[in-house]
Design a protein around this ligand. Structure first.
Ligand code: ADP
Length: 668
């Protein structure tokens, strides 16, 4: 900026110099350059002055009036814009002079009026004198001779006072013309002469000036050289400046980027720390929740096994005594009370068993066993054992078994009969005076595997569409009426879980008022070598009629009685003791074939008693009779030295079978 102003001023000076030595084109060239730099420097005052100077060149030197007018007007416009009245006055004076020369007086007078109004702004004497000349010309044109005379005379006075030769020469000339016009020829001649003398003087001065011009040229060259040096330096500086600017901006951008990255890193860190803290808290909470859940699950399992143990112990008594009653008192066989007692006892037992079963399945403790089976036998067994309910509701049970199903299959018949029992008993419960069909069809064979499709269909009350999805859930009973039937809503959920263990799926179709149909398919192996292997494995010599001596260790009086009855029914001799120490004593005095040991007893439990017996070197078979769930205690029972575990209430035949097998093995 500063440089531009300096350059502009220098160009202006050079242009002025060229003008002085009448190198007009050069002068114009430098004025142009000067305008360019003033523009860059935004110096309007000087730009206006340069336009005025260029106007002067076109007017006085080149006599190109239109261009001169154009430059004056541009100068005026700029000066007006920046409110520089002095500059406007100068350009307007020049413009007036031009129009007067062109004899366009009216146009000139417009500008001259402006100058006159602002004549107090004129600071240079020559210019004041010049104004008088132009005013003189104006009034001369308007034929206001008095005014014209006055102004010409004022112009001459100022010129003479200040010895301004050029302008005085003009004043003489114009005044002489005026005098000539108004008929004052003599006076006109005098002033013309004065004008001539001055003109000559000026001419001489011009000559002297020309002599100086060569010297000026050198000075001019010098200043041109200086100017180009400044220009070059300026260029260099601006290039350096540009480079520095680029480097600085790059550094700035880089710094900003770094700051931004740092900020993001910082934010991320905070966020990560927060998330970490949050996760740690949640982890801790989860750990606590997991421990609680495990604790709860353990407690639940414990609770269920304790409750079922507590229930099974008295149930052993109830079921056993009921059986004894009906065995010993044949006359009571038809007693409705005894039948109800039997039914209730069995129902209670099945409920406890169901609960245990669900618990076991949910803990993934159920493993299917491979047993040989016959579909006819299984289905008949189910239908026979439910004949009581069938009769009660006046239902007919129809079994349809596909003849192409092999007679011997390998599979878990206990679990299968459990599924069928639940489905058929439901069908019988929810049907009155109807029919329940149990069907088994050979769906397909794959290698040695037979896929048997079972259907349990009834003509009962049916299940509403909306309830179909719920019936397999635990403890769900739909629209149960008071006198309907007994049940805990566990049957179908056990069925579904068992079918899943068989790697299958159960389907239900039902229509309210028409009946219900449950369908599922199970694959059984029919490989005869497997069947034979299993049969050989369980071959038992049931022909023996041995009379064994049995020591029963049991604290519960009712259970003592039930076990004694079972033993006596098989002609086994029985000695009963109340606790483990009494058992030790009995064993030391007498010879026994087998010990039936309760686990949960006061003073010393069944496990510890067994350990004591084994410590003494007695190898007699010991069978645990317990109300605990088998898998809970079998490990400890075996490690304590017991030979078998039976869960109360058990089928008497199972106990006899176990006794005979163990005693025989011990005696071999
Ligand atoms: P529970 O029989 O002990 O009530 P289940 O789980 O065996 O429990 O059955 C659940 C419900 O499904 C029953 O309460 C009954 O509403 C409905 N249901 C089951 N089987 C049948 C059927 N064959 N006909 C009509 N409704 C049935």
């Amino acid at each position: 900026m500063k440089n531009d102003d300096l350059i502009a001023r220098s160009y202006n000076t050079i242009a002025g110099n060229y003008e002085e030595i009448v190198e007009i084109d050069k002068a114009l060239e430098y004025y142009d350059k000067s305008v360019y730099h003033f523009e860059k420097a935004s110096n309007d005052t000087l730009k206006a002055a340069v336009f005025n100077n260029i106007g002067n060149i076109y007017f006085y030197r080149k006599k190109d009036f239109p261009k001169a007018i154009d430059y004056y007007n541009q100068s005026i416009a700029i000066s007006e814009k920046i409110n520089n009245v002095y500059s406007v006055v100068l350009s307007k004076l020049n413009l007036t002079s031009l129009y007067f020369e062109e004899k366009e007086y009216k146009k000139g007078i417009v500008h001259l009026d402006y100058v006159e109004k602002n004549r107090d702004k004129i600071r240079i004497v020559d210019v004041q004198g010049y104004l008088y000349i132009l005013l003189g010309k104006k009034y001369h044109y308007l034929k206001e001779y008095e005014q014209a005379e006055f102004n010409f005379k004022e112009a001459i006075r100022i010129g003479e006072e200040n010895n301004s030769k050029i302008y005085l020469s003009d004043s003489y000339n114009d005044y002489s013309k005026f005098l000539f016009d108004v008929g004052k020829h003599e006076e006109a001649y005098t002033f013309l002469e004065k004008h001539q003398i001055l003109k000559n003087e000026i001419f001489d001065l011009e000559k002297i000036k020309n002599a100086k011009i060569i010297g000026m040229d050198i000075a001019l060259d010098e200043s041109k050289r200086e100017l180009s040096a400044i220009n070059k330096e300026k260029l260099l500086q601006s290039e350096n400046l540009k480079k520095t600017k680029i480097i600085v901006s790059l550094i700035l951008v880089f710094l900003m980027l770094m700051m931004f990255l740092l900020y993001i890193l910082y934010r991320n860190n905070i966020f990560r720390r927060k998330v970490n803290d949050y996760l740690e808290v949640k982890n801790e909470e989860l750990k606590i929740a997991k421990e609680k859940a495990e604790e709860a699950s353990k407690l639940k399992t414990q609770f269920i096994s304790t409750i079922s143990h507590e229930l099974r112990t008295p149930l052993y008594g109830v079921v056993g005594i009921t059986n004894m009653l009906s065995d010993e008192h044949k006359e009571l066989a038809d007693s409705p009370h005894l039948n109800s007692l039997k039914f209730s006892a069995r129902y209670l037992l099945s409920l406890v068993n169901d609960l245990l079963q669900i618990n076991k399945i949910e803990e993934n403790k159920v493993v299917l066993e491979n047993l040989t089976m016959n579909i006819h036998d299984e289905i008949n067994m189910v239908s026979n054992s439910l004949s009581f309910i069938a009769n009660r509701n006046s239902n007919k049970v129809v079994t349809m078994i596909d003849d192409s199903i092999p007679d011997y299959l390998v599979g878990d018949k206990l679990r299968l009969s459990q599924i069928l029992m639940n489905l058929v008993s439901n069908a019988l419960k929810f049907t009155q005076n109807g029919e329940v069909r149990i069907k088994a069809n050979l769906e397909k064979r794959e290698g040695t595997f037979c896929f048997v499709k079972f259907e349990v269909e009834d003509t009962g009350v049916g299940i509403a569409e909306k309830d179909l999805s719920k019936i397999f859930d635990k403890f769900v009973q739909i629209d149960r009426k008071e006198d309907d039937y007994q049940g805990a809503g566990l049957g179908l959920s056990i069925v579904k879980k068992l079918v899943t263990i068989f790697k299958s799926e159960i389907f239900v179709e039902s229509e309210e008022g028409k009946g219900t149909k449950f369908t599922f398919t199970i694959a059984f192996d029919s490989d005869m070598t497997k069947v034979n292997e299993i049969i050989n494995d369980i071959k038992v010599d049931l022909s023996s009629d041995m009379v064994y001596k049995v020591l029963v260790v049991e604290d519960n009086k009712i259970n003592q009685m039930v076990t004694r009855k079972i033993m006596e029914k098989n002609n086994f001799k029985t000695v009963i003791v109340d606790d483990g120490y009494a058992a030790m004593e009995a064993l030391s005095k007498e010879q026994f074939d087998v010990v039936l040991m309760d686990i949960n007893m006061p003073l010393i439990n069944g496990f510890d008693t067994t350990r004591l017996i084994r410590k003494k070197g007695i190898t007699i078979p010991i069978i645990a009779l317990t109300a605990f769930a088998k898998d809970e205690i079998s490990e400890e029972a075996i490690s304590a030295g017991m030979n078998d575990v039976l869960i109360k209430p058990f089928e008497p035949s199972k106990l006899i079978y176990s006794i005979e097998t163990l005693v025989k093995r011990n005696n071999d």
